[in-house]
Design a binder for this molecule. Structure first.
Ligand code: GLU
Ligand code: ZN
Length: 495
């Protein structure tokens, strides 16, 4: 019998979606896809103080943009719903009560003042045992129930079995064992307001939702022994655990704001493409085929497996990501790239004041310009500045910029005058034809090709370094080219 694979991404909507979350979601998605399994989204929204609806919206927006989806979740439902923990409170309460009845959990009436004092005392005396002192552990269930019935506020704590060792196998890290003494003493599983803590809700849901594999970041590893105990006390089999190494910055510290963008929103705004982000993040802590860098989502789905995960921490390399982005930019058709880049052009004021949309002819020029810069950018947001000269006359650079090496001003004026005559024919030729044509013209005039092109380039683009000249001439059109050359000639002839 083959096992039905079910896994999940279970974010807490207390922040924007970031690289670490994307990696967890993606690995779960890829694993499920590779096994004909089911990938589930569950919102772990029990931390009400840090919850914000905007983060839920950000989650949906992010995954819509990324283009991979769960097949059960809060927005689409499914057989194991609801998929939002705050809508499942009754279930957690029921399960906490079941543990109470089995004597595996107990009511605790300690006030926060008592717990604060306890913590202070432990800190002052550098106590070996820290955390809750199990003060209420020996209250009998009936005593506890009576006080609760009388209206006293209580939390429910888990009775961590004394003197035992908790063992489980992590499919990546191997055999794990923790002495129960090393596990947080009798953690709260249900708060006094009836909300569960992470541990209870997570375990109850993974069980009730039929989760077969828990694939999550290693920061959750310390919680796992506690989860294993919960599974045991409930009498349930626990899922397969697989804790993937954290994503680090280049300095070996956990990836954070200090290293650069970390939220998916920021990457999106800077002009990364979802395909590049997915491709790169899929390689953070995993390797697939030797020597292969570029993977489509479909390819990743078929080649992903748990044994391709690495135990070593993954290092996030912004340069590598931008290389990937450049690759995916080059794979776009001109039209597709133009659609992606257009919002950046509009915002950068390429077509008038910032926010102004292009008319049809400028939109067409923008599309044509994509072919000129596709090979030269790695981020969408770099595009407007690279092609601004096509939409507005660039400022004239200093005279010296026009003059080719070893030549002087009069010679430069001659060269530009020759170039002026070539603009109309060049504009009607393809790149390869244009190249042959201008070579012939240079030879006929007895000048070097480079010397002929340089003043022309500076006159048309405002710079010695620019996107390809022939494409530029075609996009600008003869009239605009002539007017820019005349403006340059006027400047040169003033001297
Ligand atoms: N809610 C936890 C998180 O924010 C879930 C951890 C887990 O996958 O168990 O990542
Ligand atoms: Zn207590």
């Amino acid at each position: 019998m083959t096992m039905t694979i079910r896994d999940r991404y279970a974010p807490s909507p207390t922040g924007l979606q970031h690289i670490g979350g994307l990696r967890t979601a993606l690995f779960n998605y890829l694993f499920a896809q590779s096994q004909q399994g089911t990938f589930i989204l569950r919102l772990e929204d029990t931390d009400r103080t840090r919850f914000d609806d905007a983060f839920v919206q950000n989650l949906y927006d992010t995954f819509t943009w990324l283009g991979f989806r769960w097949s059960e979740g809060p927005d689409i439902g499914g057989p194991a719903g609801p998929y939002i923990q705050s809508q499942r409170l009754g279930l957690y309460q029921e399960h906490a009560k079941a543990l109470l009845e089995k004597g595996r959990a107990y009511y605790c009436f300690c006030s926060s003042a008592r717990l604060d004092a306890l913590r202070e005392e432990q800190a002052k005396t550098h106590a070996q045992d820290t955390g809750y002192d199990r003060h209420c552990r020996e209250l009998s269930p009936s005593q506890g129930a009576a006080r609760v019935a009388a209206g006293e506020a209580a939390v429910i704590r888990l009775k961590i079995p004394f003197g035992e060792t908790t063992r489980f196998t992590d499919s990546l890290l191997g055999a794990m064992e923790w002495k129960n003494e090393a596990i947080s003493p009798d953690p709260v599983i249900l708060k006094s307001d009836g909300f569960p803590t992470y541990h209870l809700a997570n375990v109850v849901d993974d069980h009730l939702m039929g989760i077969s594999h828990v694939l999550r970041a290693q920061e959750w590893l310390p919680s796992t022994p506690l989860h294993v105990i919960l599974y045991q006390l409930f009498g349930w089999e626990h899922p397969v655990f697989c804790h993937v190494p954290m994503v680090m910055g280049q300095d070996g510290k956990k990836l954070s704001k200090r290293h650069g963008a970390t939220s998916i929103d920021e990457f999106r705004r800077e002009g990364y493409l979802p395909q590049a982000l997915i491709n790169y993040v899929a390689l953070l802590g995993a390797s697939y085929e030797e020597g292969k860098d570029l993977y489509t989502l479909e390819e990743l789905c078929s080649c992903f497996s748990l044994d391709k995960l690495s135990k070593a921490p993954a290092v996030f390399d912004y340069k590598k990501l931008s290389w990937y982005n450049g690759q995916y930019i080059r794979m776009q058709s001109d039209e597709a790239l133009a659609s992606l880049a257009l919002p950046y052009g509009i915002e950068a004021g390429l077509f008038g004041s910032p926010g102004t949309a292009p008319d049809a002819s400028r939109r067409a020029a923008f599309r044509a310009a994509m072919g000129l810069i596709k090979e030269r950018v790695s981020l969408l947001k770099e595009i407007p500045d690279k092609i601004r000269y096509l939409f507005a006359e660039p400022p004239l650079p200093p005279l010296s910029e026009f003059i080719p090496k070893k030549l002087d001003l009069p010679k430069t004026i001659d060269l530009l005058a020759i170039g002026r005559n070539l603009v109309a024919p060049l504009g009607a030729l393809s790149d390869s034809q244009a190249e042959a044509f201008i070579k012939d013209q240079a030879a006929a005039a007895g000048v070097k090709l480079g010397d002929l092109m340089m003043p022309l380039r500076v006159a048309l683009t405002g710079s010695r370094v620019s996107p390809p000249l022939f494409g530029t001439i075609r996009i600008l059109g003869t009239a605009q080219c002539l007017s820019r050359i005349d403006r340059a000639l006027a400047l040169l002839q003033l001297r």
